[in-house]
Design a protein around this ligand. Structure first.
Ligand SMILES: Cc1cc2nc3c(=O)[nH]c(=O)nc-3n(C[C@H](O)[C@H](O)[C@H](O)COP(=O)(O)O)c2cc1C
Length: 204
């Protein structure tokens, strides 16, 4: 077992092969599927929408300061969370097909957001964060490659996340360049591609 520190602050709840393990910011890598259970997203409050839109902007210069698990949970819910009992999402999708995936690139690997479980599921163990510069967190948005709606869904995601960032003072930049960096590391479902990478961190 090779211990390493997850690049997110606070303690984690990791569920591996049915067992729940409580840690304090570190855990051991194992080849078996790992899940990180996130705190419940805070789905009310924050800056008023018009204030957030006024502040939305690209910030390229961010520090390495960690992003809390609560902010991570809120960011992921903004991008692709379930916001109604019928399972529909914070972003609209064509015919409600929900053909999109959000991945999280961290030093400790690549994780897929499981919205229903409010959890991250590890899909690769490669150091993914270092491929995208100094930002402590990069989200990757995947959609159908063969469908116009694929890119539209991703646009809704990065706008929601950009507004969340504006509301809480996080910096962020969306990029299409470099989006293929993890293509071989992630076992993307057939017919999907990464449209956008979205790096997030506290402004310097
Ligand atoms: C679809 C899309 C792709 C983008 N790709 C890149 C990119 O590859 N590299 C980059 O530095 N910025 C990229 N950007 C960020 C834009 O350069 C930025 O949004 C633009 O300069 C306007 O600045 P603002 O977001 O502060 O309004 C992209 C933005 C969008 C919407």
């Amino acid at each position: 077992m090779k211990p390493y520190t997850l690049a997110l602050s606070l303690s984690l709840v990791i569920v591996t092969a049915g067992a729940t393990v409580f840690t304090s910011g570190s855990f051991a890598a194992e080849p078996a599927e790992k899940r990180i259970v996130l705190p419940q997203p805070a789905v009310s409050g924050g800056a008023p929408l018009m204030d957030a839109m006024s502040r939305r902007k690209t910030t390229r210069n961010v520090s390495e300061k960690q992003i809390s698990q609560q902010d991570l949970s809120n960011l992921l819910w903004s991008a692709w969370g379930i916001n109604r009992p019928d399972g529909k999402r914070t972003v609209p999708t064509a015919r409600n097909r929900q053909e999109a995936i959000v991945y999280v690139a961290l030093k400790e690997g690549v994780w897929r957001y499981d919205a229903a479980g409010n959890a991250l599921v590890q899909v690769a163990e490669t150091d993914a964060a270092s491929r995208f510069g100094a930002a402590p967190l990069t989200l990757l948005y995947a959609g159908r490659a063969d469908d116009d709606a694929g890119g539209m869904h991703v646009g809704s995601m990065y706008q929601n996340v950009g507004l969340y960032c504006a509301a809480v003072g996080l910096g962020n930049v969306v990029k299409s360049s470099g989006r293929d960096a993890l293509n071989t590391a992630i076992n993307l479902p057939s017919g999907y591609k990464i449209y956008i990478i979205h790096s997030i961190g506290w402004p310097k």
